[in-house]
Design a protein around this ligand. Sequence first.
Ligand SMILES: NC(=O)N[C@H]1NC(=O)NC1=O
Ligand SMILES: [Zn+2]
Ligand SMILES: [Zn+2]
Length: 454
Amino acid sequence: MYDLLVRGGQVVREGGVEQADLGVVEGRIVDVAPELGGPAREELDARGLHVFPGAVDIHVHFNEPGRTDWEGISTGSRALVAGGGTVFADMPLNSTPPVLDRATFEAKRQAGERESYADFALWGGLTPRNMDRLPELAGAGAVGFKAFMSHSGLEEFESPDDYTLYEGMKAARELGLIVALHAESDSITSGLARRIRGEGGRGVRDYLRSRPAIAEVEAVNRALLLAEETEAKLHLVHLSTGRAVALAAEARARGVNVSIETCPHYLMFTGEDMERLGAVLKCAPPLRDTAEVDALWTAIREGRIDTIGSDHSPSTLDLKTGEDFFSIWGGIAGVQSTLAVLLTEGREHGLSLPDIARLSARTPARRFGLAGKGRLDPGADADLVLVDLDTEWVHTTDDLHTRWKFSPYVGRTFRGQVRRTLLRGQTVYQDGTFPNPPQGRFLRPAPVPQEETA
Ligand SMILES: NC(=O)N[C@H]1NC(=O)NC1=O
Ligand SMILES: [Zn+2]
Ligand SMILES: [Zn+2]
């Protein structure tokens, strides 16, 4: 007796796409095969739809507690499930106080258990002031440690210098956890910003000039060297240049334990778009040119990029307004759009449906030890997204479930629409509605065998 039978969808798995039924018992997939016999308490007709594993967004800033006027776990996770996600990992900033010890970790965990529509993991911070707290964060269940090599944009989340990063990586290695780095050189970005601002530069082009590709390439190079030396596991978030990806891929080939993330905005927009659209596209690292966009797509096609995270980092609208582009909040609201971008732009750039499932779900789940997530196999959680692959739709403001209806994806045309999202067999999103109260669970990372990483 199944609790749920999902009938006749095109099931997207590692080996390919096939029409099959999924049998679910107690929130887990138990059978995947054509024409499963019943009985089942509930049947769901998925004919004509594709069934993807729920996306695992390893990089969001929901800013709770402390900055829920920017976003919040309730609104952020609703947007995530509306876009086909079932798991997120929240960054230790821009919530405030930032997650730098057990008490701040537990406060965020409790907020998530109250309000989240998706299952979730939590990052701890790695900053000069909490080096002695890394073991307690690991004990509390942190998925890894996040650090900024450039200024984070917030005084309360300081960047480690090379010494602190070196010691932090050694500690993370001992604890068996990944270090995630925002890799841009603070020396280069701050120095350029100082000079350009001194000359009166305040515009989008000035901002772009203050964060050139070399700032990313240099920081990635240094991060890889430290990871190689300390044998720490490294996750490079939001890489924006082909050169940085190439450096990381070379390091991996010689045995460095590194995974590579990029974000939908680096795949879809350029610096020219940032000039045209302004604050809605302000982010760091900044958007690049079409040659870099092409280099990232090539790297994805050739398997050098492992995961796609949204780096959803919105703020209030007044922080997204102003004459001085440098002082506008840097961060793009994209948590609802990752799968739409991959299904539209990704397919146009030669990705298969299993590629999309791998980048959005399977690899992040595996890399970060989120057991039972990211795949549609017997034994896994029934985290399913039912997608109508052929529908073309124009993204409107009304579609957004985020706190602020402000996204660079509004007005764009997408092909492939999320109809329904299930978390452990329960519908959490259906055609614009959220039929059940939040029931997201906290996920503690399981140890990942060495050979399975990256
Ligand atoms: N603090 C924060 O969320 N920063 C993010 N925003 C952005 O554009 N890049 C980041 O690292
Ligand atoms: Zn970052
Ligand atoms: Zn981020």
